[in-house]
Ligand binder design. Structure first.
Ligand code: FAD
Length: 397
């Protein structure tokens, strides 16, 4: 089977569908190919997202996928100190708890509404590269060989992505920059709290954290992210999470209706995200926030830029890496500095003892901040506990 399109998007996740929506809006013949037989399933997500992104990408929040609007986020230390973020700051970091499977499907529908096409059960195995330029991709559609020629190929194939490596874009990850996650949706809990909770400290999970995101008054998404380099034995992630749930007064009353494991990158930004005729975006381009492990907002913001730049390049008849570099420069302008800072903060947090985590969270809990960015947080800690941030302060203040 052979096909010919302007823009080929590999991966029908929220990032791929957002790229496709903007590429189609730009007047190109756009095709999304997805290896699974259903968009959005299985869910591998804490399902928390900051609502600000939806204005940026022109999507109206929708009762089909919004499950809960929270009042804020709470960061809880081993001794139970709590730092609460509420109000304005919430919409930049957390704020909505979504049904991720429905969300992904609606993002696909938005892309189709703009004229993009979607093919399920289409597994891309390799890029077609001609004299260093990507001219398409080949793989299997429902088990049959398929070859798709495209003016621009966009890899939005998620965390497990390998395609970009074929054109010399290094997306490999060290084990210290990978978080291995396990997540349950628990029903049968009685949870009146409208906060996204994050638990830290070596006595909770050494080298990781636990999240609890409320989907309703009786359903939560609870999960654990642990750096691969800190996994001491097989099954450790499940052991930590199950232990935490068993000892938790609310969660211990519930039962899991789903359980999924997955990986996220928590790395520095990669060096380049374009080649001749080729763009890589979202988790495939390691755009996850290294501190929170959230990848939806960063990925979809970059996806909008990728779709717009790809459409413009196709229209101009010039899809060289130089032309597509507008995408690379633009997403870096928006995301790169924060990603670097959050990477350094992650590295710093990992080195701290439980006593220090207690002190820091207690301090933040007692500090009034106008904005809650990494800069303001580091500044607040530097005032009370200069030793803790000495190593990285120069990058922030
Ligand atoms: C347990 C867990 C919890 C998380 N919690 C949150 C959270 O609360 N908030 C948040 O913002 N982020 C969270 N993340 C990260 C978030 O899920 C990702 O950032 C997001 O899914 C990235 O979207 P994407 O479209 O780039 O990739 P994906 O959603 O992974 O989509 C990639 C798609 O490409 C398809 N694909 C892959 N290879 C091929 C191929 N060769 N051919 C065709 N199709 C292919 C896949 O089947 C998939 O559908 C979490 C991740 C995990 C693992």
């Amino acid at each position: 089977m052979r096909m010919d399109v302007d823009v080929l998007v590999i991966g029908g996740g929220p990032v791929g569908c957002t790229v496709a929506r903007f590429a189609a809006l730009g007047g190109t013949h756009t095709l999304i190919v997805e290896k699974r037989s259903e968009i959005g399933s299985p869910v591998r997500c804490g399902e928390g997202i900051a609502p600000d992104i939806f204005d940026e990408i022109g999507i109206t929040k929708d009762s089909r996928w919004v499950r809960n609007t929270v009042d804020g986020a709470r960061f809880i230390s081993p001794a139970g100190h709590m730092w609460v973020i509420e109000g304005e700051a919430v919409s930049e970091e957390v704020g909505l708890v979504i049904d991720r499977d429905k969300f992904d499907k609606v993002m696909a529908l938005h892309a189709l509404d703009e004229g993009a096409k979607l093919m399920l059960r289409t597994h891309i195995e390799e890029l077609i590269v001609d004299g260093g330029k990507v001219t398409g991709a080949r793989g299997k559609y429902m088990g049959q060989d398929i070859e798709i020629a495209a003016k621009v190929v966009i890899a939005a194939d998620g965390y497990e992505s390998v395609l970009a490596g074929q054109v010399g874009i290094d997306t490999r990850l060290e084990s210290k920059d990978v978080e291995t996650c396990l997540q349950y949706t628990l029903g049968g809990v009685v949870n009146q709290d409208r906060y996204c909770d994050f638990y830290f400290g070596n006595s909770v999970v050494p080298g990781g954290y636990i999240w609890i995101f409320p989907k309703s008054a009786s359903e939560v998404n609870v999960g654990l992210g642990l750096l691969l380099s800190k996994v001491e034995k097989k099954g450790a992630v499940k052991e930590y999470l199950d232990g935490f749930i068993k000892d938790h007064p609310v969660l211990s009353k519930g039962s899991a209706i789903s359980m999924v494991a997955g990986g996220v990158s928590v790395s520095m930004p990669i060096k380049t995200t374009v080649a001749d005729g080729f763009i890589v975006v979202g988790d495939a381009a390691r755009m996850v926030d290294p501190l929170s492990g959230g990848g939806l907002a960063n990925g979809m913001l970059a996806a909008k830029i990728a779709g717009e730049v790809a459409a413009k390049a196709v229209k101009s008849g010039n899809v060289s890496a130089e032309t597509l570099a507008e995408y690379d420069t633009s997403w870096r302008k928006r995301l790169e500095e924060k990603m670097y800072r959050n990477y350094l903060t992650k590295e710093l947090l990992l080195k701290q003892s439980d006593e220090t985590v207690d002190k820091v969270i207690e301090t933040l809990g007692n500090t009034k901040m106008e904005n809650v960015g990494t800069f303001e947080i580091i500044q607040a800690i530097a005032e009370k506990h200069p030793d803790v941030v000495k190593e990285i302060e120069k990058f922030f203040i």
